[in-house]
Design a protein around this ligand. Structure first.
Ligand code: OGA
Ligand code: NI
Length: 370
């Protein structure tokens, strides 16, 4: 589609361009053959030892953004900062409440995504991925023919990046799709930047350290995930176990339907939905930049028999040309550099060309063996 015009204008190779293998829409499959799961979706027991998480007393920490934004000497703030720091070091995941994003905007954001997935298949296929671009409607991460598939459909758009945004792929139905996504993106970036400032403070870096490292043209992608009901949720993944390839992710999970599991001490723990909260997690690039003080953690999405589940993930990255490396203040004799430095877009290329497989991408690409 129009992306070729962008490429023609600039000698630039899009790191999000890849040879993805097109696959059938799961939404369509679930309607056509509701009781039949093709073999390609079915996982072995090795891959999926337990589909339901053990009842655990562990809960992903919850932080209150309003308290975090109080003046620095405030006692409540100091307490909350401690919770945040512990969450980053021990979990790599936390939920944020009182973030200040209007609930009406969140409702409408969910509304436009829901309306998009409710379009007839022809309407959605107008936005199907083309020419191997990550952007558009259709599955990601299917990079070879014999790979197992996930029980979910995706729509991915770059919502921030001068080089990569391609408005021709943005749905025009519903008519307020673009306006809603733009407003939502600005709000999510505000919250993400506030969190990055707090990370800087907690790590004894400058509070604008990460803002600076993200550069002048940060990248944000949005992935809308739809997981249709599945007759055998014990046999399939909605989304395979993975860590995110960005710096920080803000996920709006379904308020009504649970399904997100995070790996902690070799157990899978359910992240219970809190209405209007964001699930925030550390991505691979943040693990590198913090020299492993904060870790990207494996997570997965599961399905259920009764209800479709919808989630909206916002992946926030430094600009494509930025260099990613451990912060020099976090490297010393006791903490040698654990990762090589690289140009951000090289990691995108690598991440997109490999199957989702736990933390393998980061380990293979950037981890330095001691
Ligand atoms: C993702 C992700 C979880 C979910 O999109 O990277 O982890 O609950 N999604 O959809
Ligand atoms: Ni993820």
């Amino acid at each position: 589609m129009a992306s070729s015009a962008i490429h023609a204008a600039e000698p630039f190779s899009n790191p999000f361009q890849n040879n993805f293998v097109p696959v059938e829409s799961v939404q369509e499959l679930a309607i056509k053959k509701p009781n039949d799961i093709p073999q390609r979706y079915i996982r072995s027991e090795d891959e999926m030892p337990s589909s339901t998480p053990l009842p655990s007393v562990l809960r992903v920490p919850v932080v209150d953004m309003e308290k975090l934004l109080l003046p620095s000497e405030n006692h409540e703030r100091q307490k909350e900062i401690g919770i945040l720091s512990k969450a980053c070091v021990e979990w790599g995941f936390f939920q944020v409440v009182n973030h200040g994003i209007p609930h009406s905007l969140i409702d409408r954001m969910r509304g436009v995504v829901d309306e998009f997935f409710s379009l007839p298949m022809d309407g959605k296929k107008r936005y199907a991925k083309q020419g191997g671009d990550v952007q558009g409607y259709g599955n990601l991460f299917v990079v070879d023919e014999d790979q197992k598939l996930d029980w979910g459909d995706l729509m991915t758009l770059v919502v921030m990046s001068k080089k990569l945004m391609n408005l021709s792929l943005w749905p025009t139905t519903p008519s307020d799709f673009r306006n809603t996504v733009e407003r939502y993106t600005a709000e999510v970036e505000r919250v993400a930047q506030a969190i990055l400032g707090l990370f800087g403070e907690n790590l004894q870096l400058k509070s604008d350290y990460f803002k600076y490292k993200f550069g002048e043209d940060p990248l944000m992608t949005m992935r809308m995930n739809l997981y249709p009901p599945c007759p055998r949720p014990d046999l399939v993944f909605g989304l395979s176990p993975h860590s995110d390839g960005d710096a920080i992710t803000l996920l709006l999970q379904d308020d009504q339907v649970e399904g997100l599991h995070v790996r902690k001490n070799n157990e899978w723990i359910l992240i219970q939905p809190i209405p209007y909260a964001f699930v925030v997690n550390i991505g691979d690039l943040m693990e590198v930049m913090t020299n492993g003080r904060y870790k990207s953690i494996e997570h997965r999405a599961m399905t259920n028999k009764e209800k479709a589940r919808l989630s909206i993930a916002m992946f926030y990255h430094p600009g494509l040309d930025e260099e990613v490396a451990p912060a020099s203040n976090l490297v010393d004799e006791e903490h040698p550099s654990l990762y090589k430095k690289f140009r951000h877009q090289e990691y995108i290329r690598y991440y997109m060309a490999t199957r989702l497989n736990g933390k393998k991408s980061l380990a293979d690409f950037a981890r330095v063996c001691e």
